[in-house]
Write a protein that binds this ligand. Structure first.
Ligand code: NDP
Length: 328
């Protein structure tokens, strides 16, 4: 039998955690033959609720689950962890300034970065879901100097999936026949979903759709503002789709992208596409043997360049703000 993989989920008692943990337990994160040991991290006030989720996980009688620990201490939660899913974050509340939001999240992601640095397994992979995800990932990464920087990533796969869904509706082609959509930049309203390199049944998506008005005034804003539209419709923020995207992100990172496709991941920039080095920004990436690589050599037209620059500028400003707050 295989040794279980240790998976730590923070904010385990939250909405996303509730949807995510059952997918992990059923084998959809790592594979139907990979046993998992779950570590649920919560703040002390939410430990009881996390215990409730763990009771339900017990009642799922999942053959792949070899143990569940519920913890309120980051050092213990990340000790020996292979996969860290950082979902818990401090949401923006009414009247909260951006500086307050970044500071509150610095108080969460700095100690979590330190705990990962101190005790995580050598092969640890980190996915940050909690917002502002890119900058929270940057804070954690900066406090884990002994962990290679490429192990810290933030989630834009939900935006990628939203882009696939919209492109499928517009083109009438099922998602299974779509390839190479890209999300660039920040997981925020400035993100840029790009279909100039995407394929619809093997043909260029932008040329096939051939509708600039739709692209600018429908597709891009619909993808970027989908979270708000779901809150409006559901009366609660999207949780199952966020969990599903987290599963996709890690599964592809571990098991590899298809030879004719790529995914979107916010990763540490090496300066590719003029994104300042060190920012955690979304790129088209391929993955193989547990490692990601930024897709190189794509031609970026003026329309795309303007939008990528706008989102990357926002990331630079967030980095400047957390520097000023002494969080990195
Ligand atoms: P959710 O589980 O719904 O969301 C958790 C985080 O994911 C939020 O920051 C949220 O950002 C973000 N997120 C990213 N993508 C999406 C998306 N598409 N839709 C919705 N959210 C998205 O929040 P809950 O309030 O239900 O649960 C959070 C839990 O985290 C609580 O139980 C709390 O106790 C816990 N927590 C744990 C910490 C820890 O383990 N140390 C620290 C802080 C909190 P946004 O707010 O922008 O939607």
């Amino acid at each position: 039998t295989r040794t279980p993989v240790t998976v730590t989920v923070t904010g385990a008692a939250g909405q996303i955690g509730y949807a995510l943990l059952f997918r992990i337990a059923s084998g959809q994160l790592l594979g139907a033959d990979v046993p998992v040991r779950l570590r649920l991290l919560e703040i002390p006030q939410a430990v009881k609720a996390a215990e409730g989720t763990a009771m339900e996980l017990d009642d799922g009688a999942f053959p792949l689950v070899s143990g569940i620990d519920i913890l309120d201490d980051a050092t213990r939660a990340f000790d020996g962890t292979n996969i860290a899913l950082l979902v818990g974050a401090r949401p923006r509340t009414k009247g909260m300034e951006r500086g307050d939001l970044l500071e509150a999240n610095g108080g969460i992601f700095k100690p979590q970065g330190e705990a990962i640095n101190a005790g995580a397994a050598d092969d640890v992979k980190v996915l940050v879901v909690g917002n502002p995800a890119n900058t929270n990932a940057l804070i954690a990464q900066q406090h884990a100097p002994d962990v290679p920087a490429d192990r810290f990533t933030a989630m834009t796969r939900l935006d990628h999936n939203r882009a696939l869904a919209q492109l499928s509706k517009k083109s009438g082609v099922p998602v299974a026949d779509l390839r190479k959509v890209t999300i660039w930049g920040n997981h925020s309203a400035t993100q840029y979903p790009d279909i100039f390199h995407a394929e619809v049944s093997g043909k260029n998506a932008a040329e096939t759709v051939n509708d600039q008005d739709w692209l600018e005034n429908d597709f891009i804003p619909t993808v970027a503002k989908r979270g708000a539209a779901i809150i409006e419709a559901r009366g609660a923020s999207s949780a199952a789709s966020a969990a599903s995207a987290a599963i996709d992100h890690v599964n592809l990172w571990v098991n590899g992208t298809a030879p004719d496709d790529w995914t979107s991941m916010a990763v540490v920039s090496d300066g590719s596409y003029d994104v300042p080095e060190g920012l955690i920004s979304s790129f088209p990436v391929t993955t193989k043997n547990g490692k990601w690589e930024i897709v190189q050599g794509l031609e970026i037209n003026d329309f795309s360049r303007t939008r990528i620059n706008a989102s990357v500028t926002e990331l630079s400003e967030e980095r400047e703000a957390v520097r000023k707050l002494g969080l990195i």
